[in-house]
Design a protein around this ligand. Structure first.
Ligand code: ZN
Ligand code: ZN
Length: 191
């Protein structure tokens, strides 16, 4: 894996080296990196912050790890927000080339769909029963008073009656696929 430019970020030799190392090791210590590359803490943090903004690494407690984006398609991590995917909320996009993209919940699924160029099929998971449903035919409860994954919460249901029952308890707005995409992409999107 040789990444030299990503998301508008032109990488310096240290950043390239860091990504190469991350291909071999899961976790790297920031202090050790500064030492190995013979630069100050400030410089290494500047390098790492740029990689982090590009969505390639996560920085935490003096250590860095590769994001799902950097690792490529990892079906256990959401391709939008890197959350660990739970089966009961999973959202799957299948491209025209047959490539599958796994997302953590309808929130990320619908946003990924709106970014995708040639999405061939799109599946959601029924929030109540846990079975796979065709995303374009699902009913979405938008922003109920129940945080299951990303915010604003979006729950998918195969049956509109069940969505309504849920709405009675938790509020929110029942919308179809297109409106859900619109609300998510127009509104504030926070993961
Ligand atoms: Zn996600
Ligand atoms: Zn999510």
């Amino acid at each position: 894996m040789i990444v030299t430019e990503y998301n508008g970020l032109k990488m310096n030799y240290r950043q390239k080296r860091i990504l190469e190392k991350l291909a071999q090791e899961d976790v790297l210590s920031i202090a050790a990196l500064a030492q190995e590359l013979s630069v100050s803490k400030m410089t290494i943090h500047r390098d790492l912050d740029a990689l982090s903004r590009a969505g390639l690494i996560s920085k935490q407690h003096g250590k860095i790890t590769a994001t799902a984006r950097l690792r490529g398609v990892d079906p256990s991590l959401c391709q939008m927000c890197d959350r660990k995917i739970k089966e009961r909320n999973v959202y799957i996009l299948i491209g025209a080339d047959g490539k599958k993209v796994h997302l953590c919940c309808p929130h990320c699924g619908l946003i990924a769909y709106s970014h995708g160029e040639d999405v061939w099929q799109c599946f959601a998971t029924d929030f109540l029963h846990g079975h796979v449903i065709t995303a374009s035919q699902a009913h979405y409860l938008f922003e109920p008073d129940l945080r299951i994954c990303c915010s604003p919460s979006v729950l998918a249901f195969a049956s509109v009656e069940e969505a309504q029952k849920f709405q009675k308890g938790f509020g929110g707005q029942i919308v179809d696929f297109n409106l859900a995409v619109e609300l998510l992409t127009k509104g504030r999107a926070e993961f």
